[in-house]
Design a protein around this ligand. Sequence first.
Ligand code: C5J
Length: 231
Amino acid sequence: MTGAIARKDTAVAIAAQPYPFMLRREAAALLIIDMQRDFLEPGGFGEMLGNDVSQLRRTIEPNQKLLAAWRTAGLMAMHTREGHRPDLADLPPAKKERGKGAMTIGDRGPMGRILVRGEPGHDIISELAPRDGEPVIDKPGKGAFFATDLHAILQNSGVSQLVVTGVTTEVCVHTTVREANDRGYECLVLDDCVGSYFPDFHATALKMIAAQGGIFGWVSSSDKVIEAITE
Ligand code: C5J
């Protein structure tokens, strides 16, 4: 057995809360949640709901560095996008009506129809554009497992560990981590690579993941993961 193969099959400990996460490269995927223009740029869904989108933009650079290191290590990366069919047939009326803003999902904004697949605002930001071969999961809800083929793709790829990043911490990241946890995945959430429009929600959501001995998973930061996967 070569040294490279021996390293590949060996779990590496990553300092985390509530205790070290044992990353197994062959079983791990990076799951980047909803880093879309609609959430991170003015004129999209996030701003339509009254949020300050600049709150999320601090996550871009650490996600870029992590994704570059992850790709260099030859590990599996996946991306998700929240959005709906152009005919809005998969949009629950309750979701459309909530928010009560002047504009709602499906209306035309500066980046096209809000949260609709195929529109510019639905795209992943250019800084984190998926590469050919990286699965992109289109999801109609907050959780990435609901009404998607994510679980099948992970199972067929032998993935049992998820390194989770993206936005927003307490909504789509949290919902996805909870869904993953109930399906048996080990989730490591990176505090500098997830973000919220509400700093206090962000901090509490991260505490909730690692509390009670890791009730939903582990929390660490991107520098520790990069160190662990860099040869
Ligand atoms: C929200 C998301 N916040 N991606 N979506 O509506 O977290």
